[in-house]
Design a binder for this molecule. Structure first.
Ligand SMILES: [Zn+2]
Length: 226
């Protein structure tokens, strides 16, 4: 049994991965990033989610770290993920919710933190199956980052992405098998618009943004397959 550091946003995917890591490792620390995301409400979900998961796996959840990237990300310019502009598809086939370099920055900060905390395993929720076309979620990107971080920090980090080849229905099934389905529905946040007014069967959200559509459709397929 080892220690792990989890990139934990408070959303569905990273919460499912955190449960996966808690089930597997003796001690799991979490790191979150404030980058001025419109759905900053997801950061508020981190504490209740951590409390619920700590009760499910007593003694395993370690320290939480929140890194403020707001000034740096703001200096790099606005995207639909960080500003009040309509979500649309850009010229290069990427939605304007794409924040260039976001996951590369997150992994670099996480590895630097892991260095200081003496942790070898870094767990993250990237997924290339039904993602929005974000190139920094791809398996090749994560594997290349593992090589770069190990060379640059002279470490043997293992970057683990348990959701990489799962679709959203399978992610829901994983949460169910780990006994955290209720926690995912009630406590996590996915909606890009930060909507938390109505609790649907699949959780809170506007129901119409790309993130809500993916989450709701995945839940429906998971329910059908049950
Ligand atoms: Zn939404």
């Amino acid at each position: 049994m080892e220690k792990a550091l989890m990139l934990f946003s408070g959303g569905q995917d990273s919460t499912t991965c955190l449960a996966w890591a808690l089930d597997r490792y003796a001690q799991v620390e979490t790191v979150g990033f404030d980058y001025g995301q419109r759905h900053r409400v997801e950061l508020d979900c981190r504490a209740p989610v951590r409390a619920a998961l700590a009760a499910r796996w007593p003694g395993r959840l370690g320290a939480d770290h929140l890194i403020d990237l707001r000034p740096g990300m703001a200096a790099l310019g606005e995207t639909a993920m960080t500003a009040e502009v309509a979500i649309s598809m850009g010229a290069e086939g990427l939605p304007n919710t794409f924040v260039p370099g976001r996951n590369l920055l997150f992994l670099t900060y996480a590895a630097a933190l892991a260095y200081r905390r003496g942790v070898r395993r870094i767990v993250a929720g990237m997924c290339e199956t039904d993602f929005s076309g974000y190139p920094d979620c791809r398996d090749d990107t994560v594997k290349a980052m593992q090589v770069a971080l190990n060379l640059g920090m002279q470490r043997r980090y293992v970057l683990e992405t348990p959701l990489m080849w799962l679709d959203k229905a399978a992610t829901w099934a994983m949460a169910d098998s780990l006994g955290v389905l209720e926690i995912i529905v009630r406590d996590t946040h996915t909606c890009y618009l930060g909507e938390r007014g109505v609790l649907h069967a699949w959780g809170y959200g506007c129901g119409t943004c790309p993130a809500c559509e993916l989450r709701a459709a995945g839940f429906e397929r998971f329910q059908e397959a049950r």
